[in-house]
Design a protein around this ligand. Sequence first.
Ligand SMILES: Nc1ncnc2c1ncn2[C@@H]1O[C@H](COP(=O)(O)OP(=O)(O)OP(=O)(O)O)[C@@H](O)[C@H]1O
Ligand SMILES: [Mg+2]
Length: 282
Amino acid sequence: MLEIRNVTRRFGENIAVNAVSLSIPQGQMVGIIGRSGAGKSTLLRMINRLADTSEGGIHFGDRAVSSLRGARLRSWQRDCAMIFQQFNLVPRLDVLTNVMLGRLNHRSQILSLLSIFSDEERMMAMAALERLGIEKTALQPAGTLSGGQQQRVAIARALMQQPRMLLADEPIASLDPLNAKIVMDALKDINQRDGITVITNLHTLDTARTYCERIIGMSKGSVVFDGPPVDLTLDAVREIYGGESNDIDESMTSTSINIPANKLASGATPSVEPQLVAPAGA
Ligand SMILES: Nc1ncnc2c1ncn2[C@@H]1O[C@H](COP(=O)(O)OP(=O)(O)OP(=O)(O)O)[C@@H](O)[C@H]1O
Ligand SMILES: [Mg+2]
């Protein structure tokens, strides 16, 4: 169980995350949605300790995540692997080596420096690539792969950490619809078959509805919705995205909702078709 207790993060005067409390049981698939600047990335980064909390605490079992140091902090960061919108691979290194880099935290510094990997690690990396359906790319430089393939390499690298939790910050925001689906299917499979908690920030409301059993809506640093997709009514969507008119348009959700909101009864769940849309300019 991951416990976020009354966590606040300030940047100067700006409150990025405001007194957020959440309990996330092991094995849940959680989507975090909200407007740009709502605090989604900051929240994920505090869980992984890429950012520090200003107030409050994050706990996982008996570990006080927010005060870990040194080896214990590295062990925690191994337990919660992170995936980013821009993949963060080493483009000139081959795919297999990129995946094996996920083992770095498990090994001695000298072996890491020399990039010497054992046969066992190679086999493990190949198995991860096979699981994601990209084993044929193993010897290609990572930079030559398509975006969707690169994100799958990043997921394979994360799996090499043998994490308890996968944190994904807009993992499909740079992908076309087909690749977005492949990547979300892979995350769902890892969640369901391995029991790994997945917490993912998503731009697209409909993706969150389709894949996540629990949706957390953030607005101006606060959690304003927390529940299953079925509870995410039009009113709840308005509160998250700050809509005041009857129409929820692309500018509010970064996705297209093709059923005009005024055709839905107020308070009803909008029946939105799953639609994976890359943001403009991607
Ligand atoms: N390193 C930083 N220094 C200063 N301000 C920051 C920093 N990181 C985030 N912020 C501010 O904190 C607020 C929340 O930002 P955050 O990146 O968490 O939002 P987000 O919900 O992930 O947005 P997006 O959908 O655009 O990714 C914003 O006002 C942002 O400008
Ligand atoms: Mg963000």
